[in-house]
Design a binder for this molecule. Structure first.
Ligand SMILES: Nc1nc2c(ncn2[C@@H]2O[C@H](COP(=O)(O)OP(=O)(O)OP(=O)(O)O)[C@@H](O)[C@H]2O)c(=O)[nH]1
Ligand SMILES: [Mg+2]
Ligand SMILES: [Zn+2]
Length: 312
């Protein structure tokens, strides 16, 4: 029997089989894909294609094999420093949900997410939710931020899960694809899914008035089939998006607008900080790379130096 993992709670996995039935399965023994690393906290992720065998009885379904992944996206584990957690596997696109207020998503977070997605060759659509909540100042901020990403080729959408704004546009983006829905807790991921398909009835929760942050309502990633074709993976809110797998000199390759110019740097190991003859820094000074993007890049580099001393 073959199927796709649609939910993983640690010890049990829900697998949607080719026969269209959802089976509760266990993992037996320790076997791993080649691209599953020791530092992974979860050997099987939502979206993994698996084979099942029945070892007898109602609870007897066991995952016997994991198919090679077409791709996957990871974040650093919120619990174990240095460990990584696979958010989902075999995805066609990311839908990154952001909000400019309540809670506020920073461009630093967006950039870290996008560069990880680029590294794994997964296209990302940036969805600005809560359009009904914007005051003049936040609207201006949103225009500014959305332009940065639109200018370098990312598709952007402006929606409201609560007021039903542009939900049809979102459906168009999702149709017939496997999409990963990601973003901070409280940005409205589950609310948007309910707007797209009300029979999903996912649990949502208010943003804390005290901290201005979400309540981490969704606790496990789960894949849901869409009536109009495709499927979508709701995920728990991501607090931070640490970058786990890259070397510092790789980072600029995953910044789409830097990738175009970095071959012209004088030194081929240029980190685009203060090296002479740096084409990236020149592009920034000439206004061809947005200041926010470049400053976030420098901050990512500083982060590396503070946390990943072992790379030298
Ligand atoms: N005003 C407004 N509120 C929204 C909108 N979308 C979601 N919300 C509210 O934002 C809060 C958080 O929504 P959720 O859907 O639970 O957020 P989430 O991203 O799934 O959060 P986690 O599951 O914790 O990661 C809820 O109170 C929603 O009603 C919107 O478009 N406008
Ligand atoms: Mg949720
Ligand atoms: Zn350079």
């Amino acid at each position: 029997m073959k199927g796709v993992v649609i939910k993983s709670t640690g010890s049990w996995y829900d697998v949607n089989t080719e026969a269209g039935e959802v089976l509760k399965c266990r993992m037996k023994g320790i076997f791993r894909l080649d691209d599953v690393k020791d530092k992974d906290t979860n050997p099987v992720a939502v979206g993994d294609k698996v084979s099942l065998i029945n070892e007898g009885g109602h609870d007897g379904w066991v995952i016997s094999e994991i198919s090679l992944r077409q791709n996957y996206i990871v974040r650093s584990s919120p619990k174990h420093r240095g460990a990584r957690q696979v958010l989902a596997a075999n995805i066609d696109q990311n839908v990154l949900v952001v909000t400019m207020a309540n809670p506020r998503t920073s461009t630093g977070f967006i950039d870290r997410f996008l560069l990880t997605a680029e590294a794994y060759h997964i296209p990302t659509v940036v969805v600005f939710n809560k359009q009904d909540m914007l005051d003049v100042k936040t609207q201006r901020k949103q225009d500014f931020v959305a332009n940065i990403y639109g200018d370098i080729g990312y598709k952007t959408l402006f929606v409201s899960g609560v007021k039903g704004v542009a939900i049809d546009d979102l459906r168009d983006v999702l149709q017939n694809k496997v999409s990963l829905l990601a973003g901070h807790s409280g940005v409205g991921k589950s609310t948007l899914m309910n707007a797209i398909q009300p029979n999903l009835n996912l649990r949502t929760n208010e943003v804390s008035k005290y901290s201005g942050k979400g309540m981490h309502t969704t606790t496990f990633a789960e894949m849901h089939a869409l009536d109009f074709g495709g499927s979508i993976i709701d995920t728990p809110g991501i607090r931070e998006f640490g970058i786990t797998d890259f070397r510092p000199e790789e980072i600029s390759h995953y910044y789409v607008e830097m990738r175009e110019v970095l071959n012209h740097c004088k030194f081929n190991n240029c980190l685009h900080e203060n090296e002479p003859g740096c084409a990236v820094k020149k592009a920034y000074q000439d206004g061809k790379i947005a200041e926010e993007r470049y400053v976030n890049y420098l901050n990512i580099m500083l982060d590396y130096k503070a946390n990943y001393k072992h790379w030298e």
